[in-house]
Design a protein around this ligand. Structure first.
Ligand code: HEC
Length: 190
């Protein structure tokens, strides 16, 4: 039976079946527009990421991994230039600090004067892993784990790494007593 006492009589639709009526109960306008907006957004999203130039989720992941790796590596380790390291060599305070670092961290394997012990001597022109200051910096930072050379990048700050690499450059030609025989390739002019 049609209920004419309803508080929304004007919303009652005019069809009726066996006394069953239907209210017109429209969704609120804001809700409808929100729904339309999400549909429109999804169409745009699909077009951009699936059909268009938007990066795939894998590309995004790889970019983030690359970025994280850059943050992890000491920023200066690979970025420092030969000139910047040569400038450090002229800074006596930095070199004094590096000499101490060398004594505590490196001397056990490379000898107190870099003459070589378990590790190769660091005073001649022969290098296994490159003798420029930047390659030395890389060797010190990354280490040669297979051969017993420690990667120092987790244990020394980027500044300490740069200082020690520059310091090693100053040892060349110092001729300490009992040097370990040359190892590696001759590097000249570095
Ligand atoms: C536990 C021993 C050990 C310690 C400690 C150590 N090294 Fe080494 N280092 C080695 C060995 C062994 C090698 C040779 C790796 C090879 O044969 O490839 C090496 C190689 C190097 C090289 C490359 C030499 C070349 O001929 O290319 C440099 C530079 C170097 N070490 C610097 C350092 C510095 C700087 C420190 C201290 C912060 C240090 N090492 C501490 C064992 C050590």
């Amino acid at each position: 039976m049609k209920d004419t006492d309803t508080h929304e009589p004007d919303r009652l639709l005019d069809h009726e079946y066996d006394g069953i009526c239907e209210y017109d109960n429209p969704l609120p306008g804001w809700w409808v527009w929100l729904f339309v907006a999400t549909v429109a957004f999804s169409a745009g999203y699909y077009a951009w990421y699936q059909l268009g130039p938007g990066p795939t989720i894998i590309a995004q992941y790889e970019a983030e991994v690359r970025e994280a790796a850059e943050h992890q590596a000491p920023a200066g380790a690979v970025a420092a230039t030969e000139d910047a390291l040569k400038r450090l060599q002229r800074d006596t305070t930095v070199m004094a600090g590096a000499r101490e670092t060398f004594a505590t961290r490196c001397a056990a394997c490379h000898g107190p004067e870099g003459q070589g012990l378990i590790g190769p001597n660091l005073v001649d022109e022969f290098w296994l892993h490159g003798g420029t200051l930047t390659t030395i910096l890389r060797t010190v930072a990354e280490g040669v784990p297979d051969k017993g050379m420690v990667p120092w990048k987790g244990q020394l700050t980027p500044a300490e790494l740069e200082a020690i690499a520059a310091y090693i450059g100053t040892l060349r030609g110092t001729n300490p007593p009992n040097p370990k025989p040359p190892q590696g390739a001759k590097v000249t002019g570095a």
